[in-house]
Write a protein that binds this ligand. Sequence first.
Ligand code: M6R
Length: 363
Amino acid sequence: EKGGYPHFMLKEIYEEPQTLRNAITGRIKSKLPHFRELEKMGEDLTKIKGITVLACGTSYHAGLVFQRFVQDYAGIRAEIDVASEFRYRNLPLGEGDVVIAISQSGETADTLEGIRKARQSGAKVVSLTNVVGSTISRESDAVIYINAGPEIGVAATKTYVAQLAVLLLLGASLALNKRNPEVISQLVNEIEGLPTVFESVLASADEQCQRLAREYYQFRHFMYIGRGYSYPSALEGALKLKEISYIHASGYQAGELKHGPIALLDRDFPVFAIIPEDELKAKMLSNIMETRARDAKVVAICSESDREVSRAVNSRIEVPKVSAPLYPLVMSPYLQLFAYHVAVARGYDPDRPRNLAKSVTVE
Ligand code: M6R
């Protein structure tokens, strides 16, 4: 049932091109994003005052990308909280507020309770899930399915990619009455091209990540850094590594290093820098210099043919060039495959990480 792959996690990463196709299908009409599921919300969506995103773990990281995107692109004020905090925080919500709850399983206890609280306060809840008929889908005002198919590996891989693709389309659809349709259809077109981009990425990523994993699997600590759209990738990369390889890994906004975390770095503490070709690259390069000055080794994931980055780091992986909000997508298979190969090199079963369950139905 693993289709010839040694682990479900690897199989599911290789399913990502098809997962993306399924996630996008039916969500584009006349070159523009279209969500039939939201039609019943009518007025509520055209009069949004603000958006609040609720999620846990990897789904929270997808939410961080969406929060930034919906603000940047659709000009809608957006907040985000992990569900276990949201539940115990008094965020004033009411009419005009839309809560986007993201949960692959649709059963996460804290997210479910967050939804209940939000609805009681008068906000409308749109949930994004992979499981038809799940508790969260039943308790929301509208449901968007990511259509990723079953994911067996405990580590979220293809579902993260599907969440990101659907969330970008959703953000773009919320920008429809604010932006030039030409601009939106260009972005949609780029999203439609992602399955092909992923096919070419997956043709070489596995070997590159395996090579890197062989170089780095014995370290006990890892720091992931990024800025802007790459900060969620830093968090997600660190989460993937720690949950399946049990190496201590943390993600930081690169600009925060000098406010504390840089004190940790030395030659035994490598840094994984997510540094695509975007408006924050120069700032990232200077953060990389700071870490090199502490003798930390730096692995970078950068855009292809980036000489500046390749001169500044010890090892690198190149990803295809895309628009800034799409980088979290194209970075994902590399972060996932690196964590996978490190776990395997350390002798662990990545499909069944210790102490973790696929869906967290306890609070
Ligand atoms: O089912 P959910 O998306 O609500 O699950 C939330 C987290 O438990 C989940 O994303 C977890 O962090 C991942 N399995 C980690 O890979």
